[in-house]
Design a protein around this ligand. Structure first.
Ligand code: 5GP
Ligand code: MN
Length: 341
């Protein structure tokens, strides 16, 4: 049993990766940390934890996000100074010689930061758990889909680098990121995920506080809006459920960013539903979230029909009004005609 756990753990990264990472960080003159656009708990947790841990070791570190953080999950950064928006990024890029990206497989996931990060002339490192990392964009890639989350991978990396000398706040961030990416241990749980959770609990990380803040601190708007949107959900014969939320719906429910987090999972609680699609209008774009049960690839459908990608059972992308579809209402036709599982 121990042997299996160690074998899996050994495949996460090579000793030489850790040695190179140690050298790159140790010789750096400022580390800039960035993650994907529309950051979720794992993006925030893995980026914030890295910043906190490096600072605790006396390394200058800056963490930056392309757009304002969803208020529902911004608690992860409580008390941590950070850059928001492309304006602040210039100075950070000029004063850091090392870039570390977490929870994204390539720079095309960096949203408003993409062009700036492409022009970054220092060393570039990737820590991620998506398929198909863009190897050519980084000097060092530590990436495996065999973990729950970027936060989990980072936990094992930080342990390999610093042993027990880990920043306590960083551990809280990593536990939060792992919890949101596994949907509170509902998916992507590996032996190492539970091992990590056990170690963090033993270290005193307050999981009750994390659960309370992630899942039990919403405004009532969320529940009323979810009830309304779920009532309008359509289920197609093959087991595809879909929900479309227009900008007007969003305003009518008085919703804030992040308040429908998790909605896309709910249709999967129905036996015959094997794929759930949630589309949300943002101007001329409908952002797509897809979730599937085992045997259906949400990732393939996101890549084929929604200009996106992600994980096998949790993916995302978009539809562009005027290109893919004619109007918000036309998205229903698009799904009904094209999505086949
Ligand atoms: P969510 O539905 O929570 O927005 O996204 C679920 C997962 O899908 C994310 O963790 C990310 O891996 C992936 N994802 C979301 N949007 C995109 C996208 O536009 N492109 C790609 N490649 N992946 C995405
Ligand atoms: Mn993630």
């Amino acid at each position: 049993m121990n042997y299996n756990i160690l074998a899996k753990f050994a495949r996460m990264f090579k000793d030489t990766d850790i040695a190179l990472l140690r050298t790159l960080i140790g010789s750096s003159d400022g580390v800039l940390i960035a993650t994907h656009t529309h950051p979720d708990g794992d993006a925030l947790g893995s980026s914030a934890a890295l910043c906190l841990q490096l600072r605790s070791k006396g390394i200058r570190a800056v963490v930056a996000y392309p757009e304002p953080l969803p208020p529902t999950i911004s608690f992860v950064l409580d008390g941590l100074d950070h850059i928001v928006g492309a304006e602040g990024l210039g100075e950070a890029m000029a004063t850091c010689d090392t870039l570390i990206c977490t929870d994204m497989n390539g720079l095309d996931r960096a949203g408003a930061f993409e062009d700036a990060l492409r022009s970054f002339s220092g060393r570039r490192i990737l820590i991620d758990h998506h398929l198909n990392p863009h190897l050519e964009e980084f000097d060092l890639v530590i990436s495996t889909p065999e973990v729950s989350s970027a936060s989990e991978l980072e936990y094992w990396i930080l342990k390999a680098l610093y042993g027990t000398e880990l920043d306590f706040r960083a551990l809280y961030c990593l536990m939060t990121g792992m919890t949101t990416d596994t949907n509170n241990f509902a998916n992507s749980v590996f032996p190492t995920t539970l091992q990590m959770a056990g170690e963090l609990l033993a270290a005193g990380v307050d999981r009750d506080d994390i659960i309370n803040r992630i899942y039990h601190s919403y405004r009532r708007n969320r529940v009323y809006a979810m009830s309304d949107i779920l009532s309008g959900m359509k289920i197609l014969p093959g087991g595809v459920a879909y929900m479309i939320v227009s900008s007007e719906d969003w305003l009518r429910h008085g919703l804030a960013e992040g308040e429908l987090e998790g909605l896309v999972n709910v249709p999967l609680s129905i036996g015959e539903v094997r794929l759930s699609i949630y589309l949300r209008q943002e101007g001329d774009v409908l952002r797509a979230s897809l979730r599937s049960k085992k045997g259906v690839s949400a990732r393939d459908i996101a890549a084929e029909l929604f200009h996106g990608g992600g994980h096998e059972n949790a993916s995302g992308g978009r539809l562009v009004i005027g290109e893919d579809i004619e109007s918000v209402a036309d998205a229903a036709r698009y799904i009904e005609e094209k999505v086949k599982i």
